[in-house]
Design a protein around this ligand. Structure first.
Ligand code: NAP
Length: 487
């Protein structure tokens, strides 16, 4: 039962341009709680003009930000990280109220923000160039320079960390930023910008524009002053933005959809596999680009695996993220419909429902967008769920016999972001990790993302990488300087 009533902390409701909170010219828009459908607050909206103002502010701030003493820039980024950590409980509450995920998970996301920022601040000191052996009286020098003004567009599923994963390497590299967050979760973005302001990030270095996505997106992509677009979201929108960016030859890094395979070989530690699957599948209620979406189980261990999985899933608690639950609501009614359509299609084509299979609508669940933790057995390639990205608490089980067969099935998708497999055979681990066409591979492990290591996809899952030293390179240009020494 949902008993907890906790209010939204006091928060700005405007756009943040050139170091100031400003009202947008469009009608304010409500932000709603997906666990209760209640309106939390109304937030200011801006369009083309506000985006142009933000781009101009970022353009003017760029030379000053690049020119700032490196030690001071580094100190400021560490200070943002510290302040985020200090305010983690408040930021987590804001996130849970607007996005739905459990408080503990929200706080975990906020603490990762802090880790990302510290890592980027440290990496700012290691943006090394190169000298290359050259003929006598010549010098070959490679410089790394910040790319300039960056446009950033982020989704609602990790409403804080997707922002920090972009802004922290960008500002560490010396770039300035215009951010457009997702319409359903602007408060987590505002909360971060409040901290930028409090810590004293110079005006124009980071700007926040909230409003209609298509208008803001086009203004960013059409602008020659914006040198790069970094986007996280659906593959569909990513492809459209990719085309738009071609007009101004923008650099891009895009983190898009995923449809992760999760393979359980006959020699796997089954308890570890079940634990890893349940932890990752119900993280953010399955609304993650890295969520295990196609579970391939070797027939020899299928019965034991399914018995243990069914028991584990029966213990998953669902409810308002302010309560002590493992998983929260879906983001909105459309998300519930999409998940139900995949389940209905699979059932109609022969899938067997081992758990869940329907939305939760009784009692307090009636006030939000809840869906039952679901296991579908006998899933085949005829079903939509085999190929379409799933953004919900569904575990589809697919049988296999042979290693080569399961590798082929795992790679049978346009997506290539995360993949997982469980085995105790070292030789198999080498072979399968080589063969999987994915940017990320988790072996006997599903918690694979970390500040230090590159995160990103291949195929239709995106272009470029975030995190680690690869992440900061995305915000740098390479300049070759060839000097001839005269007598
Ligand atoms: P989405 O619909 O693509 O939206 C993402 C962002 O793009 C939002 O800010 C959205 O704004 C904006 N947007 C939508 N249409 C646009 C347009 N025409 N021009 C410019 N911007 C536009 O995706 P979502 O539903 O928020 O997020 C879920 C998707 O993100 C999933 O496919 C998931 O796999 C992917 N994702 C990928 C990663 C990764 O690292 N690879 C991480 C997280 C999520 P509005 O909110 O205003 O519509």
């Amino acid at each position: 039962m949902i008993k907890t009533q906790r209010k939204l902390p006091e928060i700005q409701t405007g756009l943040y341009i050139n170091g100031q909170w400003v009202e947008g010219s469009l009608e304010k828009k409500a932000v709603n709680n997906p666990a209760t459908k209640e309106e939390l607050i109304k937030v200011s909206q801006g369009g083309e003009q506000e985006t142009l103002n933000a781009i101009q502010a970022a353009k003017e701030a760029f030379p000053k930000w690049v020119g700032m003493e490196l030690a001071d820039r580094v100190k400021l980024i560490h200070a943002i990280a510290d302040k985020i950590e200090e305010k983690a409980d408040q930021l987590a509450l804001i996130m849970t109220l607007e996005q739905g995920k459990p408080l503990k998970e929200a706080k975990g996301e906020i603490l990762i923000d802090s880790q990302n920022l510290h890592w980027s601040a440290e990496e700012a000191r290691r943006i090394y160039g190169e000298t290359i052996p050259a003929p006598n009286d010549h010098k070959y020098e490679v410089k790394k320079q910040p790319i300039g003004v960056v446009g950033a567009i982020t989704p609602w599923n990790f409403p804080s960390n997707m922002i920090i994963r972009k802004i922290s390497p960008a500002i560490a590299a010396g770039c300035t930023v215009v951010l457009k967050p997702a319409s359903s979760t602007p408060l987590s973005a505002i909360a971060i910008f409040e901290i930028f302001h409090e810590v004293g990030l110079p005006a124009g270095v980071a700007n926040l524009v909230i409003g209609p996505s298509s208008d803001i997106g086009k203004t960013l992509t059409n602008s020659n002053d914006v040198r790069k677009l970094t986007f996280t979201g659906s593959t569909e929108v990513g492809k459209m933005l990719f085309e738009q960016c071609a007009q101004t030859m923008k650099k891009i890094s895009f983190e898009l959809g995923g449809h992760a395979p999760f393979i359980v070989f006959a020699d796997a530690n089954i308890d570890e596999a079940v634990e890893g699957l349940v932890a990752m599948k119900f993280r953010n209620n399955g609304q993650a680009c890295t969520s295990p979406n196609r579970i391939f189980v070797n027939k020899a261990i299928k019965k034991e695996f399914v018995d243990k999985l069914t028991t584990a899933v029966s213990k998953v608690t669902v409810g308002n993220g302010l309560e002590d639950v493992m998983t929260g609501p879906l983001i909105n009614g459309e998300a519930v419909k999409t998940v139900q359509a995949q389940v209905d299609d699979a059932k109609a084509k022969g899938a067997k429902v081992l758990a869940g299979g329907e939305s939760l609508t009784e009692g307090d669940y009636a006030n939000g967008y809840f869906y039952a933790p679901t296991i579908l057995d006998n899933v085949t390639t005829e079903m939509d769920i085999f190929y379409e990205e799933t953004f919900g608490p569904i575990i589809p089980l697919i049988d296999f016999d042979e290693e080569d067969e399961v590798i082929a099935m795992a790679n049978d998708t346009i997506f290539g972001l995360a993949s997982y497999f469980f085995t105790t055979d070292l030789k198999r681990a080498e072979k399968v990790s080589e063969a999987l066409e994915y940017g990320l591979v988790g072996i006997n492990n599903t918690a694979i993302s970390t500040s230090e290591a590159p995160f990103g996809g291949v195929k239709h899952s995106g272009v470029g990488r975030e995190n680690g030293s690869y992440g900061i390179q995305e915000f740098l240009e390479v300049k070759f300087v060839h000097t001839k020494y005269l007598d």
